[in-house]
Design a protein around this ligand. Structure first.
Ligand code: SF4
Length: 295
């Protein structure tokens, strides 16, 4: 049996930065709040709560508090409410997400209708939408471009965690209907690197195990891309692994979303080894140190 780890997986720099900023802020004050969970990983969010970093859902609830803005960013209105209520904001919005806000605001000012390619229910996309105008829309793979569709000019950009393959496909469908199409590749490099590494690994494995929050957009995307190639499991913790899942499987690939810590990847790796047992030699093991070195 062989277990391989994707050469790029787990925490991205934006998530590491958001956690560090929240922990640093907590050193200076009794309590820190985040608007929504800091990252899409239940285990880490629970650990942070025990350290005095709690998630609140409604920006109106916070007055005079220290509020860490998570890497997904927030809406314009939420930012205004938090500021008006004299909260101290620790802005951990990922620079990649900030960039999308600026593109949308600039392109609206330049008179372009905006289409955002992504999941309309995801907080990052809700935040992006708030920088648009009444013409700004969220679209996804199922968007119908009918013969009657025509744009004199159009701006298209993506949620940072979408797949480049899907984004390119929608560009190809829109282009024949536009005199001018400004398409911005706003998929972040951390996402692209993790997707490419997972796809490459999936081609060589009978089973891919993708580790990360079930509500994590980038983890779900990794699982979706791998499932196009081979059998794929999306799990949050090692507790979801049972012997039957590995019946007849000899080559297993591991990857993890951008909000999955190294410790969780190692726990899953150890659980798989335990399932196979001492008698079934692991002939090639994961390069766990590579995760530590990856920035
Ligand atoms: S996945 Fe990309 S955009 Fe999201 S926090 Fe990480 S680096 Fe930033």
């Amino acid at each position: 049996m062989q277990i391989w780890l994707a050469k790029c997986a787990g925490y991205c720099f934006g998530v590491k930065r958001a956690i560090k900023m929240a922990l640093d802020a907590r050193q200076e004050t009794d309590r820190v709040y985040t608007l929504g969970p800091l990252i899409h990983n239940t285990q880490i969010v629970n650990q942070l709560r025990k350290k005095g970093i709690a998630a609140i859902e409604d920006s109106n609830q916070m007055v005079g508090e220290v509020v860490d803005i998570r890497s997904h960013g927030i809406t314009r209105n939420q930012r205004q409410v938090l500021t008006r209520n004299r909260n101290k904001l620790i802005d951990a919005t990922c620079p990649y997400v900030h960039k999308t806000h600026k593109i949308i605001a600039d392109m609206v000012a330049a008179g372009y209708p905006i289409l955002i390619f992504g999941d309309g229910n995801h907080p990052e996309v809700i935040g992006m939408l708030s920088y648009g105008d009444e013409e700004t829309k969220v679209i996804f793979n199922d968007y119908q471009v009918t013969d009657s569709c025509h744009w004199q000019k159009l701006c298209l950009l993506s949620q940072t965690t979408q797949s480049i393959e899907d984004f390119t496909a929608i560009i190809g469908r829109l282009l024949p209907h536009c005199n001018e199409l400004r398409a911005f590749n706003t998929i972040c490099s951390s996402t692209s690197e993790r997707q490419m590494a997972a796809i490459e690994l999936a081609r060589h494995c009978e089973l891919m195990v993708i580790i990360g929050g079930k509500n994590s957009s980038n983890t779900k995307m990794l699982a979706k891309l791998c499932a196009r190639i081979t059998n794929t499991l999306h799990i949050e913790t090692e507790d979801e692994l049972v012997r039957d899942l590995f019946s007849g499987i000899q080559r297993i690939g591991l990857s993890a979303g951008a909000s999955t810590p190294d410790e969780m990847i190692i726990r899953v790796y150890n659980k798989i080894k335990e399932i196979y047992g001492e008698g079934d030699a692991v002939t090639s093991i994961a390069k766990i140190p590579a995760f530590k070195e990856e920035s």
